[in-house]
Ligand binder design. Sequence first.
Ligand code: ADP
Ligand code: MG
Length: 310
Amino acid sequence: MNGYVVLRVIGEGSFGRALLVRQESSNQMFAMKEIRLPKSLSGTQSSRKEAVLLAKMKHPNIVAFQESFEAEGHLYIVMEYCDGGDLMQKIKHQKGKLFPEDTILNWFTQMCLAVNHIHKKRVLHRDIKSKNIFLTQNGKVKLGDFGSARLLSNPMAFACTYVGTPYYVPPEIWENMPYNNKSDIWSLGCILYELCTLKHPFQANSWKSLILKICQGSLRPLPPQYSCELQHLIKQMFKRNPSHRPSATTLLSRGSLARLVRKCLPPEIITEYGEQVLEETKNSKPSTPRKKGKNFRKLTFCSISFQSVV
Ligand code: ADP
Ligand code: MG
């Protein structure tokens, strides 16, 4: 098909399938998303947006676009194949064994770099979740699945419709407020919490109680082995008022993340926008030293209290 040989199915969803393919000309492996095109013109145009937006992104922490084409009522998006599976699978495979903090911070920094990149291009992802974060065997983390993403027409615009996964949906959406870049930050906070606890931050048996928990921000503190810095990051990202949440650039310009940015960014990317992040890093106040919550007293001192923001 268009010079690709299908090797196997790597994912299935409501859109269609994700396939592992080999390009005949180069023998290189790619992932190919096969999307059934709806009959209506507006539906078809909406499906094409995923390919258009993904093609705009060029960043080491975003799944690289190769090409797209249409055949027999389907849209095919060919992209870089991430051979380490998705982050949701990775979390499940841990079987309760917590990740080391260094690993969490490294992955999280890479996710922030990806989100920073898309927000700079005025794109909202709107479906940030562990299942849409892909991994490679060599430790790279890549944001994928731009099926719900939208381009904002101007920097102050808000996207009004939302089609995300309930666990990751921020309070403003449940309250019928517009989706904005800080809504992606909330979802990113959900992934950070998941990486630290291997559980969703907000879980419930019914929609009603899930929405209530999200809107109240009632959250269990992180396990004691994690630093106050991580606790603090999560607290900031789960601010109920979106404007009080840090942007991706702010997250990257502080503490451990700022230090990791230098490691994560390859030189060619630094010229693109890294300079701004690195500039903010230089200007930011020295971060508080990392403390490990070794005993209960320290833990309660830095545990998250959301009562004040409800
Ligand atoms: P959906 O719209 O159904 O969520 P995704 O683009 O997220 O579609 O793809 C579904 C699944 O297929 C992903 O969760 C992942 O496991 C796998 N997948 C998709 N793209 C890739 C890729 N580039 N590399 C590796 N796995 C992928
Ligand atoms: Mg997906």
